[in-house]
Design a protein around this ligand. Structure first.
Ligand code: PRT
Ligand code: ZN
Length: 232
């Protein structure tokens, strides 16, 4: 049977479309329609597994999937044994600490003794340890930004992109603690045949990236001006 590389991507969410787009740009098209949990391609030996993003590091570390596309924030939080192959340039965001607008925040020392709500207890815990701050962490799985207004916490640690969700909830960003973007991860010790497929994928991704950096320009110009035009 032909060896296929299994790639775990987010089923539905911020990274889903871009993950498929990235593979399409590499010339790989998929046969299954919307709603499928697995997708096959007829022009590359690949199988897509569509999953919750939180599960992707574990699937990749155990080898159920060979590769995964997921946010660095999730990879760091889950702390599984995976190889980060490359950054993918989309899904850019930061993980930040935020407090109420009314909080007179001057430095990290002001975080001492606070109650935090977050979906990222591992990353937050490491940050607080590094800074020598003692605080309580409540793990919640969503709508973290409302925690301070309902009295569940004094501060939050959550993903920020434009900052508009914080603003809407009367919060201000006080410490960015991690920058993140989507990354391609791989299971450690890929079998040779699968490594060869990964190399092929990386080659195509590099070509796509190079193509994005350069522009294809078609123009009529006198021969004696070509050198001058190239200088521009
Ligand atoms: O269902 P599943 O578990 O798969 O998805 P999910 O709901 O856990 O994740 P999803 O789709 O929201 O995000 C997937 C990944 O996208 C994250 O892990 C990040 O790596 C990346 N990403 C990029 C973001 C954002 N930008 C983002 N803005 N993830 C979340 N947000 C949320 C944030 O949680 C907050 O509620 O957007 C809000 C803040 O946005 P701004 O623009 O108002 O600051
Ligand atoms: Zn998730």
């Amino acid at each position: 049977m032909e060896t296929k590389i299994k790639v775990a991507i987010q089923k539905s969410g911020r990274l889903s479309e871009k993950s498929i787009e990235l593979l399409n740009e590499c010339g790989i098209t998929f046969d299954s329609g919307k709603g499928a949990l697995k997708m096959q391609s007829s022009n590359f030996p690949i199988e897509l597994l569509l999953l919750r993003d939180d599960d992707i590091p574990e699937y990749v570390s155990t080898g159920v999937a060979d590769l995964g596309v997921v946010g660095q924030n999730v990879v760091t939080e889950k702390d599984k044994e995976v190889v980060e192959v490359r950054q993918l340039g989309f899904g850019k965001c930061r993980l930040s600490l935020a407090v109420s607008n009314k909080f007179d925040y001057k430095s990290v020392r002001d975080l001492d003794g606070l109650q935090f709500a977050t979906s990222y207890p591992v990353i937050l815990g490491r940050f607080l340890d590094r800074e020598g701050i003692k605080a309580t962490i409540h793990k919640i799985n969503g709508s973290v930004e409302i925690a301070p207004s309902i009295g569940l916490a004094d501060a939050i640690c959550d993903i920020v992109s434009t900052g508009s969700t914080l603003m809407t909830n009367g919060l201000k960003e006080v410490e960015p603690i991690m920058r993140s973007q989507a990354v391609l991860i791989a299971t450690p010790n890929l079998a040779d045949e699968k490594q060869a497929l990964l190399d092929k994928l990386i080659f195509r991704m590099n070509a796509v990236q190079m193509g994005k950096k350069s522009k294809y320009i078609l123009l009529n110009a006198p021969n004696d001006k070509v050198e001058r035009i190239c200088e521009i």
